[in-house]
Design a protein around this ligand. Sequence first.
Ligand SMILES: NC(=O)c1ccc[n+]([C@@H]2O[C@H](COP(=O)([O-])OP(=O)(O)OC[C@H]3O[C@@H](n4cnc5c(N)ncnc54)[C@H](O)[C@@H]3O)[C@@H](O)[C@H]2O)c1
Ligand SMILES: [Zn+2]
Length: 360
Amino acid sequence: MNSILISSRIHDYSVYFVEDSDFLLNLGDIPHSIFIVDSEVLKSHKSGSLRKIEGKDIISLPIGEELKNLESVQRLYDKLMDSSAKRNITIITIGGGIAQDITGYVASTLYRGVNWIFVPTTLLAQADSCIGSKTSLNYKNYKNLMGTFYPPQKIYIYTAFLSTQDDINYFSGLGEVAKLHLMGGKEDTKAIQDALPAVIAKDEKKLLSVVQRSLLIKKSYMEGDEFDTGRRNMLNFGHCFGHAIESATDFAVPHGRAVIIGMMMANLIAVRKKLLSSDMEKYFAERILIPCLKVNFNGVQFDSEKIIDAMKKDKKRTGSGLALVMIQNDYEMIRVNDLSESEAAEAISEFVLKYGRTRL
Ligand SMILES: NC(=O)c1ccc[n+]([C@@H]2O[C@H](COP(=O)([O-])OP(=O)(O)OC[C@H]3O[C@@H](n4cnc5c(N)ncnc54)[C@H](O)[C@@H]3O)[C@@H](O)[C@H]2O)c1
Ligand SMILES: [Zn+2]
Protein backbone atom coordinates (compact mmCIF):
# COMPACT_ATOMS: atom_id res chain seq x y z
CA MET A 1 0.00 0.00 0.00
CA ASN A 2 1.18 3.47 -0.90
CA SER A 3 2.09 5.51 2.17
CA ILE A 4 3.96 8.53 3.54
CA LEU A 5 5.72 8.54 6.91
CA ILE A 6 5.48 11.78 8.86
CA SER A 7 7.92 12.29 11.68
CA SER A 8 6.72 14.11 14.73
CA ARG A 9 8.22 14.85 18.13
CA ILE A 10 5.03 13.45 19.65
CA HIS A 11 4.98 10.22 17.63
CA ASP A 12 5.73 9.32 14.00
CA TYR A 13 2.71 8.37 11.94
CA SER A 14 1.79 7.14 8.47
CA VAL A 15 -0.66 8.29 5.85
CA TYR A 16 -1.98 5.36 3.78
CA PHE A 17 -3.50 5.87 0.33
CA VAL A 18 -6.16 3.26 -0.35
CA GLU A 19 -8.11 2.45 -3.50
CA ASP A 20 -11.00 0.49 -2.02
CA SER A 21 -13.00 0.55 1.19
CA ASP A 22 -11.73 -2.78 2.59
CA PHE A 23 -9.44 -0.91 4.99
CA LEU A 24 -12.62 -0.14 6.97
CA LEU A 25 -13.04 -3.87 7.70
CA ASN A 26 -9.56 -3.92 9.25
CA LEU A 27 -10.27 -0.79 11.29
CA GLY A 28 -13.46 -2.37 12.59
CA ASP A 29 -11.45 -5.33 13.86
CA ILE A 30 -9.18 -3.22 16.09
CA PRO A 31 -9.94 -4.21 19.72
CA HIS A 32 -11.59 -1.54 21.91
CA SER A 33 -12.21 0.70 18.90
CA ILE A 34 -15.03 3.18 18.53
CA PHE A 35 -15.94 5.09 15.38
CA ILE A 36 -16.88 8.76 15.57
CA VAL A 37 -18.39 9.68 12.22
CA ASP A 38 -19.41 13.09 10.81
CA SER A 39 -23.23 12.82 10.70
CA GLU A 40 -23.38 13.97 7.04
CA VAL A 41 -20.81 11.40 6.00
CA LEU A 42 -22.70 8.71 7.89
CA LYS A 43 -25.90 9.66 6.08
CA SER A 44 -24.29 9.85 2.63
CA HIS A 45 -22.17 6.69 2.82
CA LYS A 46 -24.06 4.33 5.12
CA SER A 47 -25.41 2.25 2.27
CA GLY A 48 -22.05 2.50 0.47
CA SER A 49 -18.58 2.06 1.88
CA LEU A 50 -19.67 2.53 5.52
CA ARG A 51 -21.60 -0.76 5.27
CA LYS A 52 -18.20 -2.25 6.08
CA ILE A 53 -18.47 -0.96 9.66
CA GLU A 54 -22.13 -1.87 10.17
CA GLY A 55 -22.77 -3.24 13.65
CA LYS A 56 -19.62 -1.64 15.12
CA ASP A 57 -19.64 0.96 17.88
CA ILE A 58 -20.44 4.22 16.07
CA ILE A 59 -21.08 7.71 17.43
CA SER A 60 -22.65 10.12 14.95
CA LEU A 61 -21.11 13.59 15.33
CA PRO A 62 -23.12 16.67 14.31
CA ILE A 63 -20.89 19.13 12.44
CA GLY A 64 -20.88 22.91 12.27
CA GLU A 65 -18.35 25.64 12.94
CA GLU A 66 -20.60 26.67 15.87
CA LEU A 67 -20.24 23.15 17.28
CA LYS A 68 -16.43 23.14 17.24
CA ASN A 69 -16.26 23.87 20.94
CA LEU A 70 -15.77 22.47 24.43
CA GLU A 71 -19.45 21.51 24.78
CA SER A 72 -19.13 19.09 21.87
CA VAL A 73 -15.95 17.75 23.44
CA GLN A 74 -17.77 17.19 26.74
CA ARG A 75 -20.66 15.44 25.00
CA LEU A 76 -18.13 13.07 23.45
CA TYR A 77 -16.41 12.44 26.82
CA ASP A 78 -19.86 11.49 28.18
CA LYS A 79 -20.65 9.15 25.29
CA LEU A 80 -17.23 7.53 25.47
CA MET A 81 -17.46 7.03 29.24
CA ASP A 82 -20.99 5.62 28.78
CA SER A 83 -19.46 2.98 26.56
CA SER A 84 -16.81 2.31 29.24
CA ALA A 85 -13.85 3.76 27.36
CA LYS A 86 -10.54 2.79 28.97
CA ARG A 87 -6.99 3.93 28.39
CA ASN A 88 -6.67 1.27 25.66
CA ILE A 89 -9.48 2.67 23.48
CA THR A 90 -8.83 3.52 19.81
CA ILE A 91 -10.90 6.42 18.49
CA ILE A 92 -11.46 6.22 14.73
CA THR A 93 -12.67 9.52 13.26
CA ILE A 94 -14.33 9.64 9.84
CA GLY A 95 -15.06 13.19 8.69
CA GLY A 96 -13.70 16.57 7.65
CA GLY A 97 -11.63 19.23 9.39
CA ILE A 98 -14.26 19.97 12.03
CA ALA A 99 -14.59 16.30 13.01
CA GLN A 100 -10.77 16.17 13.06
CA ASP A 101 -10.51 19.18 15.36
CA ILE A 102 -13.19 18.05 17.84
CA THR A 103 -12.20 14.41 18.05
CA GLY A 104 -8.47 15.16 17.95
CA TYR A 105 -8.94 17.36 20.98
CA VAL A 106 -10.86 14.54 22.70
CA ALA A 107 -8.23 11.94 21.76
CA SER A 108 -5.39 14.13 23.00
CA THR A 109 -6.98 14.90 26.37
CA LEU A 110 -8.86 11.73 27.32
CA TYR A 111 -6.57 9.86 29.73
CA ARG A 112 -3.88 12.36 28.55
CA GLY A 113 -3.91 10.83 25.09
CA VAL A 114 -5.47 7.72 23.58
CA ASN A 115 -4.97 5.94 20.23
CA TRP A 116 -6.46 7.87 17.38
CA ILE A 117 -6.96 7.00 13.70
CA PHE A 118 -8.25 9.58 11.22
CA VAL A 119 -10.07 8.96 7.94
CA PRO A 120 -10.52 12.41 6.33
CA THR A 121 -13.54 12.83 4.03
CA THR A 122 -13.13 16.36 2.63
CA LEU A 123 -10.57 17.64 0.14
CA LEU A 124 -9.22 20.09 2.74
CA ALA A 125 -8.79 17.40 5.39
CA GLN A 126 -7.27 14.88 2.96
CA ALA A 127 -4.85 17.21 1.17
CA ASP A 128 -3.93 19.54 3.99
CA SER A 129 -5.23 19.47 7.56
CA CYS A 130 -4.83 15.73 8.32
CA ILE A 131 -1.09 16.21 8.78
CA GLY A 132 0.27 18.98 10.93
CA SER A 133 -0.56 17.69 14.43
CA LYS A 134 -2.91 20.51 15.32
CA THR A 135 -6.31 20.27 16.98
CA SER A 136 -8.30 23.47 17.46
CA LEU A 137 -11.52 24.56 19.11
CA ASN A 138 -13.41 27.83 18.86
CA TYR A 139 -14.16 29.74 22.03
CA LYS A 140 -17.05 32.21 21.96
CA ASN A 141 -16.31 34.31 18.87
CA TYR A 142 -12.65 33.43 18.77
CA LYS A 143 -11.87 30.97 16.02
CA ASN A 144 -9.33 28.23 16.78
CA LEU A 145 -8.43 29.93 20.06
CA MET A 146 -7.45 26.77 21.89
CA GLY A 147 -6.08 23.42 20.98
CA THR A 148 -3.38 20.85 21.32
CA PHE A 149 -0.58 19.34 19.25
CA TYR A 150 -1.58 15.71 18.73
CA PRO A 151 -1.24 13.75 15.49
CA PRO A 152 -3.32 10.66 14.75
CA GLN A 153 -1.44 7.32 14.84
CA LYS A 154 -2.63 6.53 11.32
CA ILE A 155 -4.41 8.35 8.51
CA TYR A 156 -6.25 6.66 5.63
CA ILE A 157 -6.93 8.58 2.41
CA TYR A 158 -9.84 7.17 0.41
CA THR A 159 -10.80 9.72 -2.25
CA ALA A 160 -14.15 8.07 -3.04
CA PHE A 161 -15.54 9.87 0.04
CA LEU A 162 -15.14 13.16 -1.84
CA SER A 163 -17.86 12.25 -4.35
CA THR A 164 -20.55 13.52 -1.95
CA GLN A 165 -18.84 16.72 -0.83
CA ASP A 166 -20.73 19.86 -1.84
CA ASP A 167 -19.21 22.37 -4.25
CA ILE A 168 -18.66 25.15 -1.72
CA ASN A 169 -16.54 23.02 0.59
CA TYR A 170 -14.86 21.10 -2.21
CA PHE A 171 -13.69 24.22 -4.03
CA SER A 172 -12.64 25.69 -0.72
CA GLY A 173 -10.33 22.69 -0.26
CA LEU A 174 -9.06 23.17 -3.79
CA GLY A 175 -7.67 26.56 -2.73
CA GLU A 176 -5.28 24.84 -0.31
CA VAL A 177 -4.35 22.26 -2.93
CA ALA A 178 -3.47 25.05 -5.39
CA LYS A 179 -1.48 26.85 -2.69
CA LEU A 180 0.57 23.75 -1.86
CA HIS A 181 1.30 23.03 -5.53
CA LEU A 182 2.52 26.59 -6.13
CA MET A 183 4.73 26.24 -3.08
CA GLY A 184 6.04 22.94 -4.48
CA GLY A 185 7.68 24.75 -7.40
CA LYS A 186 7.47 24.95 -11.17
CA GLU A 187 6.80 21.27 -11.86
CA ASP A 188 4.07 20.94 -9.24
CA THR A 189 2.46 24.13 -10.52
CA LYS A 190 2.39 22.74 -14.06
CA ALA A 191 1.12 19.41 -12.69
CA ILE A 192 -1.87 20.98 -10.92
CA GLN A 193 -2.62 23.10 -13.97
CA ASP A 194 -2.82 19.92 -16.09
CA ALA A 195 -4.71 17.97 -13.42
CA LEU A 196 -7.37 20.61 -12.74
CA PRO A 197 -10.08 19.33 -15.14
CA ALA A 198 -9.82 15.80 -13.63
CA VAL A 199 -9.70 17.16 -10.08
CA ILE A 200 -12.77 19.31 -10.69
CA ALA A 201 -14.51 16.21 -12.09
CA LYS A 202 -13.47 14.37 -8.86
CA ASP A 203 -11.59 11.64 -10.70
CA GLU A 204 -10.68 9.28 -7.82
CA LYS A 205 -7.32 8.12 -9.20
CA LYS A 206 -6.15 11.59 -10.15
CA LEU A 207 -7.26 12.88 -6.77
CA LEU A 208 -5.25 10.20 -5.02
CA SER A 209 -2.04 11.43 -6.66
CA VAL A 210 -2.87 15.13 -6.23
CA VAL A 211 -3.70 14.64 -2.54
CA GLN A 212 -0.51 12.64 -2.04
CA ARG A 213 1.63 15.31 -3.71
CA SER A 214 -0.08 18.06 -1.62
CA LEU A 215 0.78 16.20 1.58
CA LEU A 216 4.38 15.61 0.48
CA ILE A 217 4.81 19.33 -0.21
CA LYS A 218 3.23 20.25 3.14
CA LYS A 219 5.50 17.71 4.86
CA SER A 220 8.57 19.33 3.27
CA TYR A 221 7.58 22.66 4.85
CA MET A 222 6.72 21.14 8.24
CA GLU A 223 9.80 19.03 8.68
CA GLY A 224 12.00 20.27 11.50
CA ASP A 225 9.45 22.96 12.34
CA GLU A 226 6.56 21.08 13.81
CA PHE A 227 5.66 23.76 16.29
CA ASP A 228 5.16 26.50 13.77
CA THR A 229 8.05 28.92 14.07
CA GLY A 230 10.10 29.32 10.88
CA ARG A 231 9.77 27.64 7.48
CA ARG A 232 6.36 26.30 8.34
CA ASN A 233 5.18 29.92 8.43
CA MET A 234 5.43 29.94 4.64
CA LEU A 235 2.34 27.70 4.62
CA ASN A 236 0.55 30.90 5.53
CA PHE A 237 0.82 31.92 1.86
CA GLY A 238 -2.56 33.38 0.86
CA HIS A 239 -3.70 33.34 4.48
CA CYS A 240 -2.49 36.81 5.51
CA PHE A 241 -5.05 38.46 3.24
CA GLY A 242 -7.21 35.32 3.24
CA HIS A 243 -8.10 35.25 6.95
CA ALA A 244 -8.73 38.98 6.81
CA ILE A 245 -11.06 38.61 3.80
CA GLU A 246 -13.02 35.89 5.58
CA SER A 247 -13.65 37.99 8.65
CA ALA A 248 -14.15 41.29 6.77
CA THR A 249 -16.87 39.67 4.60
CA ASP A 250 -18.48 37.98 7.62
CA PHE A 251 -17.38 34.63 6.20
CA ALA A 252 -19.37 35.18 2.95
CA VAL A 253 -16.17 34.11 1.20
CA PRO A 254 -15.28 30.59 2.43
CA HIS A 255 -11.79 29.89 3.73
CA GLY A 256 -10.15 28.21 0.72
CA ARG A 257 -11.56 30.75 -1.69
CA ALA A 258 -10.35 33.57 0.54
CA VAL A 259 -6.92 31.92 0.43
CA ILE A 260 -6.98 31.98 -3.39
CA ILE A 261 -7.86 35.68 -3.42
CA GLY A 262 -5.20 36.18 -0.74
CA MET A 263 -2.59 34.57 -3.00
CA MET A 264 -3.71 36.76 -5.91
CA MET A 265 -3.32 39.88 -3.75
CA ALA A 266 0.07 38.74 -2.40
CA ASN A 267 1.21 38.15 -6.00
CA LEU A 268 0.20 41.68 -6.98
CA ILE A 269 2.33 43.00 -4.13
CA ALA A 270 5.22 40.71 -5.13
CA VAL A 271 5.09 42.25 -8.63
CA ARG A 272 5.27 45.76 -7.14
CA LYS A 273 8.23 44.66 -5.02
CA LYS A 274 9.92 43.22 -8.14
CA LEU A 275 9.98 39.73 -6.62
CA LEU A 276 7.60 38.32 -9.22
CA SER A 277 7.26 39.15 -12.92
CA SER A 278 3.87 40.30 -14.17
CA ASP A 279 3.90 37.37 -16.60
CA MET A 280 4.15 34.94 -13.67
CA GLU A 281 1.43 36.79 -11.78
CA LYS A 282 -0.83 36.53 -14.82
CA TYR A 283 0.04 32.85 -15.31
CA PHE A 284 -0.76 31.97 -11.67
CA ALA A 285 -4.01 33.94 -11.73
CA GLU A 286 -5.39 32.87 -15.10
CA ARG A 287 -4.18 29.28 -15.36
CA ILE A 288 -4.42 28.08 -11.76
CA LEU A 289 -6.05 30.35 -9.21
CA ILE A 290 -9.10 31.67 -11.09
CA PRO A 291 -10.02 28.20 -12.44
CA CYS A 292 -10.03 26.98 -8.81
CA LEU A 293 -12.49 29.68 -7.75
CA LYS A 294 -15.51 28.89 -9.92
CA VAL A 295 -17.51 31.85 -8.56
CA ASN A 296 -17.83 35.48 -9.40
CA PHE A 297 -17.41 38.25 -6.91
CA ASN A 298 -19.77 40.81 -8.36
CA GLY A 299 -21.83 40.74 -5.18
CA VAL A 300 -18.94 40.68 -2.71
CA GLN A 301 -17.66 43.94 -1.26
CA PHE A 302 -13.92 44.06 -0.71
CA ASP A 303 -13.73 46.79 1.93
CA SER A 304 -10.02 47.49 2.19
CA GLU A 305 -10.28 49.26 5.53
CA LYS A 306 -12.03 46.26 7.10
CA ILE A 307 -9.57 43.84 5.50
CA ILE A 308 -6.56 45.78 6.76
CA ASP A 309 -8.06 46.06 10.25
CA ALA A 310 -8.46 42.30 10.30
CA MET A 311 -4.87 41.84 9.07
CA LYS A 312 -3.64 43.93 11.98
CA LYS A 313 -5.29 41.45 14.33
CA ASP A 314 -3.52 38.45 12.72
CA LYS A 315 -2.35 36.27 15.62
CA LYS A 316 0.80 35.29 13.71
CA ARG A 317 1.89 38.91 13.32
CA THR A 318 5.14 39.69 15.11
CA GLY A 319 6.58 42.87 13.53
CA SER A 320 5.18 46.37 13.60
CA GLY A 321 3.98 46.30 9.98
CA LEU A 322 1.65 43.77 8.37
CA ALA A 323 2.93 40.25 7.73
CA LEU A 324 2.85 38.78 4.24
CA VAL A 325 4.14 35.59 2.61
CA MET A 326 4.91 35.89 -1.10
CA ILE A 327 6.04 33.63 -3.91
CA GLN A 328 8.93 34.78 -6.10
CA ASN A 329 10.00 34.14 -9.71
CA ASP A 330 12.09 31.11 -8.71
CA TYR A 331 9.16 29.74 -6.64
CA GLU A 332 11.08 30.42 -3.41
CA MET A 333 8.82 31.76 -0.67
CA ILE A 334 9.58 34.92 1.27
CA ARG A 335 7.95 36.40 4.37
CA VAL A 336 8.00 40.10 5.23
CA ASN A 337 6.82 41.71 8.45
CA ASP A 338 6.91 45.30 7.33
CA LEU A 339 4.17 45.59 4.75
CA SER A 340 2.59 49.02 5.08
CA GLU A 341 -1.14 49.61 5.22
CA SER A 342 -0.98 51.65 2.03
CA GLU A 343 0.79 48.85 0.15
CA ALA A 344 -1.95 46.44 1.28
CA ALA A 345 -4.70 48.90 0.33
CA GLU A 346 -3.18 49.39 -3.14
CA ALA A 347 -3.11 45.63 -3.72
CA ILE A 348 -6.76 45.30 -2.71
CA SER A 349 -7.77 48.09 -5.13
CA GLU A 350 -5.68 46.59 -7.90
CA PHE A 351 -7.28 43.17 -7.30
CA VAL A 352 -10.80 44.63 -7.48
CA LEU A 353 -9.94 46.59 -10.62
CA LYS A 354 -8.28 43.66 -12.35
CA TYR A 355 -10.26 40.68 -11.21
CA GLY A 356 -13.22 41.84 -9.11
CA ARG A 357 -15.53 42.29 -12.07
CA THR A 358 -14.27 39.35 -14.07
CA ARG A 359 -16.61 36.42 -14.26
CA LEU A 360 -14.29 34.33 -12.13
N1 LIG B 1 -6.52 21.14 12.62
C1 LIG B 1 -6.01 21.71 11.57
O1 LIG B 1 -4.81 21.66 11.33
C2 LIG B 1 -6.90 22.43 10.61
C3 LIG B 1 -6.35 22.96 9.44
C4 LIG B 1 -7.19 23.60 8.53
C5 LIG B 1 -8.54 23.72 8.82
N2 LIG B 1 -9.05 23.22 9.98
C6 LIG B 1 -10.47 23.35 10.30
O2 LIG B 1 -11.22 22.53 9.42
C7 LIG B 1 -12.55 23.03 9.31
C8 LIG B 1 -13.00 22.95 7.89
O3 LIG B 1 -12.94 21.60 7.51
P1 LIG B 1 -13.42 20.99 6.11
O4 LIG B 1 -13.24 21.97 5.03
O5 LIG B 1 -12.70 19.69 6.04
O6 LIG B 1 -14.96 20.75 6.26
P2 LIG B 1 -15.93 20.56 7.52
O7 LIG B 1 -15.42 19.58 8.46
O8 LIG B 1 -16.24 21.95 7.99
O9 LIG B 1 -17.22 19.98 6.80
C9 LIG B 1 -17.99 20.77 5.91
C10 LIG B 1 -19.35 20.12 5.69
O10 LIG B 1 -19.19 18.97 4.88
C11 LIG B 1 -19.76 17.82 5.52
N3 LIG B 1 -18.98 16.70 5.01
C12 LIG B 1 -17.73 16.29 5.37
N4 LIG B 1 -17.30 15.30 4.57
C13 LIG B 1 -18.31 15.07 3.67
C14 LIG B 1 -18.48 14.16 2.58
N5 LIG B 1 -17.50 13.33 2.21
N6 LIG B 1 -19.66 14.18 1.92
C15 LIG B 1 -20.65 15.04 2.26
N7 LIG B 1 -20.54 15.94 3.26
C16 LIG B 1 -19.37 15.95 3.96
C17 LIG B 1 -19.71 18.13 6.98
O11 LIG B 1 -20.71 17.45 7.71
C18 LIG B 1 -20.01 19.63 6.96
O12 LIG B 1 -21.39 19.86 6.83
C19 LIG B 1 -12.51 24.42 9.91
O13 LIG B 1 -13.11 24.41 11.17
C20 LIG B 1 -11.02 24.72 10.06
O14 LIG B 1 -10.73 25.59 11.13
C21 LIG B 1 -8.24 22.56 10.87
ZN1 LIG C 1 -6.06 27.35 5.23
